[in-house]
Design a protein around this ligand. Structure first.
Ligand SMILES: [Zn+2]
Length: 193
């Protein structure tokens, strides 16, 4: 596969990785290779399972975070993270992903996020701190152990999801309709509504 990216200055973000050709949605943009394992999480560590952290070789560590990224993560057969286009990418665009797609917990970025996206969440956070809707947006583009953790802990995940999918007034409608069933005065009650 031709290399479709190169390192360039990304202004105030330092260096970044930029596409030098276009990519279709679903296309592999960068193939990840593990350089070495590390024993703890840090700014350049990628979490490849619930216990393992690695540093990738090549330009993968140079790819910047965005809160509205054009790439996602796919675990490849060597145990490293490939970057896959989650939307069409034009030549010249910066290649970005969300650090929450690879790491369950992100505690080491004190500064405000500078991705410039309208959906910027201001702080670079990990998967555990993402809203349920954002997790759904990233479906299929995150390291698989992250969704495994959520599936094992459905109470925590569903509690967040239900606050998005089931607003309070929906619950109110359900309870009023069930109380009117079977009662002789129910026709009066429903006609007044
Ligand atoms: Zn941001």
């Amino acid at each position: 596969m031709d290399v479709g990216f190169e390192l360039r200055s990304a202004q105030d973000k330092g260096d970044g990785v930029f596409a030098i050709r276009s990519f279709q949605m679903g296309e592999t943009v960068m193939v990840g290779v593990v350089d070495h394992e590390v024993d703890r999480n840090h700014a350049h560590a990628s979490q490849v399972s619930e216990e393992r952290f690695v540093v990738h070789g090549g330009m993968v560590p140079k790819v910047n975070h965005s809160c509205e990224p054009n790439c996602g993560i796919r675990l490849n057969s060597s145990g490293a993270h490939d970057f896959v286009a989650r939307k069409p990418i034009a030549a010249g665009q910066e290649i970005t992903y969300d650090y929450a797609m690879r790491n369950y917990s992100v505690e080491y970025f004190a500064a405000h996020c500078r991705c410039g996206s309208p959906r910027c969440r201001d702080r670079i956070t990990g998967w555990k701190d993402l809203p349920a809707q954002r997790k759904a947006d990233y479906d299929g583009f995150v390291a698989p152990y992250l969704t495994d953790i959520d599936e094992r802990n459905p109470a925590g995940y569903l509690a967040k999801a239900s606050s998005v999918l089931m607003p309070a007034h929906r619950i109110g409608i359900q309870s009023s309709s069930s109380s009117s069933s079977g009662s002789p005065s129910s026709s009066e009650a429903s006609s007044s509504a």
